[in-house]
Ligand binder design. Sequence first.
Ligand SMILES: [Mn+2]
Length: 435
Amino acid sequence: MIKLIHTADWHLGQTFFGYDRAREHEIFLRALRRIISERGAELLLISGDIFDTSNPSAEAMKLYYGFLRDVTSDNPGMRVIAIAGNHDSGARLEAPHPVLESIDVITRGTVRRLADGTPDYSRHVVPVMRDDKTVAYCLAVPYLRAGDYPEADTYNESISLFYKGVYDHVRILDPSGTIPIIAMGHMQTSGAALSEDDRGERTITGGIECVASDMFEPRTAYTALGHLHKAQRVAGRDDVRFAGSPLPMSFSERGSAKSVCYAEIAEAGERFQERRPEHDAGSDAGEDAAPEGTPIFSDATRRIELIPMEQTAPLVRVTVDGDDIDGLSEALRSLPEGEVGVGSPYVEMRVSVSAPEPDLRRRIEEALAGRSVRLTRIEAVATGADDAEPEVSPDLQGINPMEMALEIFRRRYGGDMPEGMRNLLGQAIAEAQQQ
Ligand SMILES: [Mn+2]
């Protein structure tokens, strides 16, 4: 039996609305180390977006390489396989490879070419060894950029051709087809749920590069994907999974469970006793972590389990009426008191206002003094908001900026613009017209 842990999208070095998350990452990595040792995993798969940027800070790099040293010395015989995501620089990730290889950390960040110009697929077939015997092949394919993959009509076809090249290489190494295959990838697939409001997931050129999961051949024991921040299976296949990010990356993820994936894969000729899953994995999108120790999927050759990751700093959204100053202070009073620390919630304020409130941030910050929270953003929602499109004059030259502003103000706030503001705007318009 091969025991593996699959994780992805750490985004080390990320700041969240300006707040440094290094301590949260440190706590996650410590928990991950404990899980790996407890489970006796012999394979750790990191499916890309290890760092948040292609040029990570010294602190983020220290965190990563310190973790690799600790986790490999804790678990002799364990192999770590890491691929680059779209946020990583593949070349930079591979640079320390000569040193990392000596502690059994294999990194695949770039695609190399053979003399005839075809991609060197063999580099992406990484054997998993035990006692000098190959027990599995890992297809370590990083996020593929233009130029990495063979030309085809569509992005999906190109990526499929690349994976086919890698699978074909396994067929050369193992003609009998008995050694299990574990695939890795960093991509967006069709049949997966995106988090609304999470730009990190979408930086793959406009989000159009979506691929079908059927490129992972049915004989693949497990497919470890990265890129989407919500943990999920793909297109109904329990063995094709996004691990999800260990830290919530946007407010749209508040309340969604975070986990790492643990899988047991049967070796060649081995059969597991079939067990019925005790937990219904539910829909493709909305599955939460089952209680620890409960497989979400199991058959004769696989057992898959989600191991919940506790959240260090929760995300909290507070919705209040900004005109009701007492109500506002009341809502903020419910937030924890004390010093701001690593566990302090990140707070997003949604304040409904009936008029523009230039003073809102200062008022909220004052009311938050002494609270153990980290204010992220304040969203002022106009109560008089009218969703109807403002009427736009067909003659653009004929638009009077003051009239336009008064109309928009009326629609947003349901009343007339105060005189002081009108005078100020009049001055600004006059100055602009003079220039
Ligand atoms: Mn990504």
